[in-house]
Design a protein around this ligand. Sequence first.
Ligand SMILES: Nc1ncnc2c1ncn2[C@@H]1O[C@H](COP(=O)(O)OP(=O)(O)OP(=O)(O)O)[C@@H](O)[C@H]1O
Ligand SMILES: O=P(O)(O)OC[C@H]1O[C@H](OP(=O)(O)OP(=O)(O)O)[C@H](O)[C@@H]1O
Length: 225
Amino acid sequence: MPPLVIAVPKGRILSEALPLLARAGIRPEASFSDENSRALRFATDDPAIALIRVRAFDVATFVAHGAAQLGIVGSDVLAEFDYSELYAPVDLGIGHCRLSIAEPVEMAAADDPRGWSHVRVATKYPHLTHAHFARRGVQAECVKLNGAMELAPTLGLAPRIVDLVSSGRTLKENGLVEVERIMEVTSRLVVNRAAMKTRPDVVPLVEAFRRAAAPATPSDAAVAA
Ligand SMILES: Nc1ncnc2c1ncn2[C@@H]1O[C@H](COP(=O)(O)OP(=O)(O)OP(=O)(O)O)[C@@H](O)[C@H]1O
Ligand SMILES: O=P(O)(O)OC[C@H]1O[C@H](OP(=O)(O)OP(=O)(O)O)[C@H](O)[C@@H]1O
């Protein structure tokens, strides 16, 4: 049987994913945690498990198509793609943020979201944005960007944005405020549904991730002390 491939996002999730992989008993070769390495596929100390490092938005695509059997991906990306081939059995409790609508501070002072009937929005999440506004009976026109959404209002690209917010610092430093939350986001373990049925090595690994993600209870801490 070929090695099981786990897709892990490069960028900000990687640093939070490393301790989680260690707790799940997955020990990658040293270059995996080196952001400067140009390698994309990495061995682990278990010849039956390999890791690939891909863009956060591509993790879902690799796993949905069976190119990787498991992956770590934000629930924002999962909701944006909505792949039926993906099963997301474990909330990994990392990558906490939220997807929100934001607009310039001055605009927010005189704006009432309940009065919106049509909005033009810059976002990396056109599907989620359309779906959210459609539920509210608002027609949304999306300008798709892949980053730096916060520039859109001041440069006249779109008066509002839909983007991820964590500390709120990026919004603040660009003169924007959050006016509505769309969803809370954490990273999930995703599994290719067909691989789950056909490969006996998938379920034990899902269980290893489940144990690795479980928050330590006070009694665990007492045992450890
Ligand atoms: N500010 C944040 N705080 C916590 N988690 C975040 C934050 N921003 C993004 N995330 C999570 O990390 C994932 C990847 O983030 P993002 O899309 O910004 O990619 P990136 O790490 O900048 O890499 P890329 O170069 O592929 O865009 C998101 O899908 C989301 O789940
Ligand atoms: O509320 P904050 O803590 O400031 O975080 C929010 C920022 O984090 C994400 O971008 P990221 O840093 O991943 O860069 P990107 O624009 O390249 O995706 C997101 O797109 C915001 O810009």
